[in-house]
Design a protein around this ligand. Structure first.
Ligand code: ADP
Ligand code: MG
Length: 404
């Protein structure tokens, strides 16, 4: 591991240090429902403050369309950060405009400013290299050095993650270093049996992961939104549940490959089907091969794994020595559909070995369901980033920090 660390940047007193954090927290009505990512950013920020740096914090939040959108403002996050640091935090109403320039110019040594959402600027996520580089150039004018610490975005080739790191002297922050320590333990001689539990709603993103994981793990458990593509691939009807029709052949390939490799692919045997996508929706538990047999017929939506499946998943998890989990088993935000996620989370806390939870919503889920961080081996701030790392992919945001 050749990742450049903070000390490679030399003395930071009086220097303007841009810190790329991942402060993409879940918000409901402007209130932060899980501040885990803000807390995870504290060690690096405190180190920089103590070193007398002038700290310029940047992050994305949500998926605004490359233009300002008040519902995705980082202002509530800046407030929360100030509470957690126990120190004032300035807030700039733009990212690279007058407000940001003024706020940076007014920074004192050890002071902190949060600049507005990076994704209010189309250049942040532009596919066009020149457009991205232009925005990175504007960011670079704000600071002297870059500390990259947004682990949740290191798999993205984005202006603040990738291009900016090449314009300024740059190093990884303490969060990225800590995350990579754990991921190393998951990739280098993991204790076996090694299980990966997949769920959530970014189905097409996560299906691809499976082909890379098959050679590395002993067990793959599939819940959440992607389970329906598996059931359909096995010839079962899934009513109006999440489905990726165009992935059916791919998934059939995975099922065959798992069998060839002797990887245990654990699929649900029962499902909770709801009348509609709502917290108070009527619902029934049915066998996984009879989803259309409920009173809701073809309009039913599968919103959680069933109790039999939850118990089986919990057994398999508890019986593993290394477990990585990404993606809730159901729509845990609605209490009626949180049981599967809760059962799997509980089992993870009982693993005699290394248990890792990865992903923004997965981390929020375990906290919302009443578990505490120290009940798990590690709670990663990055779902997609962790998965791509486990797949053995080169991550652009790490390569620019010297990682090979
Ligand atoms: P993470 O952020 O942990 O990587 P994702 O973003 O992929 O996870 O997915 C999280 C979301 O998946 C949650 O908001 C949850 O409600 C949703 N989800 C889980 N199961 C289902 C399902 N059966 N149908 C629709 N959405 C689901
Ligand atoms: Mg998510």
């Amino acid at each position: 591991m050749t990742l450049r660390t903070l000390d490679s940047l030399g003395p930071l007193e009086g220097k303007r240090v841009i810190v790329r954090c991942d402060l993409n927290v879940p918000l409901r009505d402007g209130v932060i429902t899980d501040d885990g990512r803000v807390r995870a950013s504290l060690p690096t920020l405190n180190a920089l403050i103590n070193a007398g740096a002038r700290v310029i914090v940047c992050s994305h939040l949500g998926r605004p369309d490359g233009a300002p959108d008040p519902q995705y403002s980082l202002e509530p996050v800046a407030q929360r950060l100030s509470e957690l640091l126990g120190a004032p935090v300035a807030f700039a109403r733009d990212t690279v405009g007058e407000s940001a320039k003024d706020a940076v110019a007014s920074l004192e040594d050890g002071g902190v400013v949060v600049i507005e959402n990076l994704r209010f600027n189309a250049g942040e996520t532009a596919k066009d290299d020149a457009e991205r580089a232009a925005f990175a150039g504007q960011l670079a004018e704000l600071g002297d050095v870059l500390v990259s610490d947004g682990f949740g975005v290191v798999h993205r080739k984005q202006a603040s993650v990738y291009d900016l790191a090449q314009l300024l002297p740059s190093a990884a922050g303490l969060l990225i270093a800590a995350e990579l320590d754990v991921l190393d333990r998951l990739t280098e001689n993991p204790e076996r049996p090694y299980a990966v539990v997949l769920g959530g709603s970014k189905v097409s993103d996560k299906l691809g992961v499976i082909s890379h994981l098959l050679p590395r793990v002993d067990r793959i458990l599939v819940g959440g939104g992607m389970l329906f593509t598996f059931l359909k691939a096995q010839g079962h009807e899934v009513a109006s549940s999440l489905l990726e029709e165009d992935q059916l052949d791919t998934v059939r390939g995975y099922i065959a490959e798992a069998a060839e490799r002797g990887v245990e692919l654990v699929l649900p045997t029962d499902v909770v089907v709801a009348e509609k996508f709502a917290a108070d929706a009527a619902h029934e538990v049915v066998a996984a091969d009879a989803i259309e047999s409920t009173a809701f017929g073809a309009s039913g939506i599968g919103l959680d794994i069933g109790p039999e499946t939850a118990a089986r998943f919990a057994d398999v998890v508890r019986g593993s020595k290394t477990v990585f989990w990404n993606g809730p088993m159901g729509v845990f935000e609605f209490p009626a559909f949180a049981a599967g996620t809760k059962a799997v989370a509980q089992a993870l806390t009982e693993v005699d070995g290394l248990s890792v939870v990865g992903g923004g919503d997965s981390a929020a889920a375990v906290r919302q369901l009443g578990f505490s961080d120290d009940q798990f081996g590690h709670i990663s701030t990055g779902g997609g980033a962790s998965l791509e790392f486990l797949e053995g992919k080169k991550l652009p945001g790490l390569e620019v920090l010297g990682w090979v």
